[in-house]
Design a protein around this ligand. Structure first.
Ligand code: AMO
Length: 434
C-alpha cells in the first residue's frame, strides 16, 4: 500500500473533538462573542468564541492579527449561520506563528493590488483560493501529460539545461560562465531529444524548464518557462506529429475538466473541449487574412502577436479555439526542420489556441548531409553542432516532434490576462526575484 499523509487538515481526535490548523483569515469581535474565520488548504471554517464561557481563549484569540497561524482543538456544531453549515467551539488554542502588521497585501480585501506587488509577495498572493487554484490545475495538467505520454509509449527523459550551443537562434541565448568556458542555458531540449531518436528509444518526452533571453515585456513572454516536448521516430509526415499533439491535448483538457472541477469552480471557468482533429490552415492563408485586415506582412514574416490575434478572431467566429498552421516557408523555420523538396515550404506546424501560438513542431531533417547543409544555410557553423550531428551519421530514423509552452496553454485555457499568472515565481527582463 502507498503511504498517504492525511488528506485533510482537520483530524478527529479520539474523544470526538477535532483539531484544525490554519491561518486566521478574519476576526469579527462583537464584544461578548467573536467569530474567527480559519483557513487551511481546503477552505475556511468558523470558530465561535463566547467570552463568558471561554474567557482566556477569547482574550488570546481576539488579540491575534489576521494571517496568524494557530491550532484549535474543539467541538464541531451544526450551524445555519455559516457557509459550511458547521462551526467549531474551541476548547484549546495554540499559537504557532503571529503575523506582523501591516500585511504587505490583503488576502480577502477587495482592493485591487497591482501585479508587481502580488508577485513580490507571492507567499500571501497564493493564500487566495483563486490564485492557488491556478497552480493546482497546473499540477493536474503535468500529471495528465505524464499519464497520456506514458500510455502512448513515450519514455520520460531529462536533458541538460546547460550546454555548449543553442537550437532556437542566437538572439535568445543566456550565456553562463562554465568554469571559464562559455556555455548557454537550454532554450529547448530540441537537439537532445533528436539525438535520442538514434538510440532506438523511439518516443521520448520531457517536461522541464527552458530559458529564453527574450527582451520582450509582453503578457505572453517570460525568460523561463516549462516546455513540454515530445519526439517520435518512424513518422511519415508532420501530420503524424500533429495527430499525436491533438490526442494529447484532448486527454489533458478532458482530464482537467474532470479532475480540476473544484478549482475550475473556484475560478468560475469551464474548459471547452474541441473535438479532434483540429482544423488546419496554411501560413499563406493566414498571411492573406492578416494583410486583408490591414497588416503589412511579407512572406516569411512571423505572424506576430497582432497577426495571431487576427487569425484567432476569425477562427473563434467559427467556434474554433485550437487550429494548426502549416506550410511555413522553410526560410522562417529552424535548421532542424525538414524542407519540402521542390517547394519553399517546410514540414512544420504551429498550433495556436485562442489567437496565440502555444506549440510548434514538425518533421526533422534526419539525413546527415542535408542537415549539415541546413545548418550552413542558416549561417551557423556545423562544427558547433558536431555533438548533435554525429548522432545522424550512424543510423537515424525519420522523426518529428513538438514543443508546447505549458504556461501559455494554461493561460489560454483559463483566459488569464497574463502568462505570469500561470507561473509561481515568473522570470522576465525586469524580474529575477523572488
Ligand atoms: P518554439 O521556439 O516555437 O519551438 O517554442 C515552443 C513553444 O514554447 C513556448 N514559448 C514561450 N513561452 C513563454 N515565453 C516565451 N518566451 C516562449 N517562447 C516559446 C510557446 C512555443 O510555441 N524546439 C521547438 C519545438 C519543436 O519543434 O519541437 C521550439 O522550441 O508555447
Amino acid at each position: 500500500m502507498v503511504a498517504t499523509y492525511r488528506d485533510s487538515n482537520t483530524i478527529t481526535a479520539d474523544d470526538g473533538t477535532v483539531v484544525v490548523r490554519g491561518w486566521i483569515q478574519d476576526i469579527r469581535n462583537l464584544g461578548g462573542i467573536s467569530f474567527v474565520t480559519l483557513r487551511d488548504r481546503f477552505g475556511t471554517i468558523q470558530l465561535t468564541l463566547i467570552k463568558k464561557i471561554i474567557p482566556e481563549i477569547f482574550a488570546k484569540v481576539t488579540r491575534l492579527t489576521r494571517e496568524s497561524v494557530i491550532v484549535v482543538t474543539g467541538d464541531v456544531k451544526v450551524s445555519n449561520q455559516t457557509e459550511l453549515g458547521l462551526e467549531i467551539i474551541p476548547s484549546d488554542v495554540k499559537v504557532y506563528s503571529e503575523a506582523i502588521t501591516p500585511l504587505p497585501m490583503g488576502v480577502i480585501d477587495k482592493v485591487n493590488v497591482d501585479m508587481s506587488t502580488r508577485l513580490n509577495n507571492r507567499f500571501i498572493d497564493i493564500r487566495k483560493a483563486e490564485i492557488k487554484a491556478i497552480f493546482e490545475l497546473k499540477s493536474i495538467m503535468s500529471q495528465l501529460i505524464v499519464e497520456v505520454m506514458n500510455s502512448n509509449g513515450f519514455t520520460q527523459v531529462y536533458t541538460p539545461k546547460i550546454g555548449s550551443s543553442g537550437a532556437e537562434g542566437g538572439s535568445t541565448l543566456f550565456s553562463v560562465n562554465y568554469f571559464g568556458k562559455k556555455a548557454f542555458l537550454a532554450q529547448s531540449p530540441q537537439l537532445y531529444k533528436q539525438i535520442l531518436m538514434s538510440t532506438g528509444m523511439d518516443k521520448v518526452f520531457e517536461l522541464g524548464p527552458v530559458f529564453r533571453a527574450e527582451q520582450s515585456n509582453t503578457n505572453r513572454h517570460v525568460t523561463e518557462f516549462i516546455s513540454f516536448d515530445g519526439e517520435m521516430s518512424w513518422i511519415e509526415r508532420e501530420e503524424d506529429v500533429m495527430h499525436m499533439v491533438e490526442t494529447v491535448l484532448d486527454y489533458v483538457l478532458k482530464g482537467i475538466s474532470e479532475r480540476g472541477k473544484k478549482q475550475l469552480e473556484i475560478l468560475k471557468k469551464e474548459v471547452k473541449i474541441q473535438p479532434i482533429p483540429y482544423p488546419v490552415i496554411t501560413y499563406a492563408e493566414c498571411l492573406k487574412i492578416v494583410n486583408d485586415a490591414g497588416l503589412k506582412l511579407k512572406n516569411c514574416d512571423d505572424l506576430g502577436t497582432e497577426g495571431e490575434k487576427i487569425i484567432g478572431d476569425v477562427m473563434s467566429k467559427k467556434g474554433v479555439d485550437f487550429y494548426f498552421i502549416t506550410e511555413y516557408p522553410e526560410e522562417s523555420k529552424p535548421f532542424y526542420i525538414m524542407e519540402k523538396d521542390g517547394t519553399s515550404y517546410s514540414f512544420s506546424f504551429d498550433l495556436d489556441y485562442k489567437g496565440q501560438e502555444i506549440s510548434s513542431g514538425g518533421q526533422r531533417e534526419h539525413r546527415y548531409d542535408r542537415l549539415v547543409e541546413r545548418i550552413q544555410k542558416k549561417g551557423l557553423n556545423p562544427d558547433d553542432f558536431t555533438f548533435y550531428t554525429d548522432a545522424f551519421k550512424y543510423g537515424m530514423p525519420p522523426h518529428g516532434g513538438w514543443g508546447i509552452g505549458i504556461e501559455r496553454l494554461l493561460t489560454k485555457m483559463l483566459d488569464l490576462p497574463n502568462i505570469r499568472e500561470a507561473i509561481i515565481f515568473p522570470r522576465d527582463p525586469s524580474r529575477i526575484s523572488p
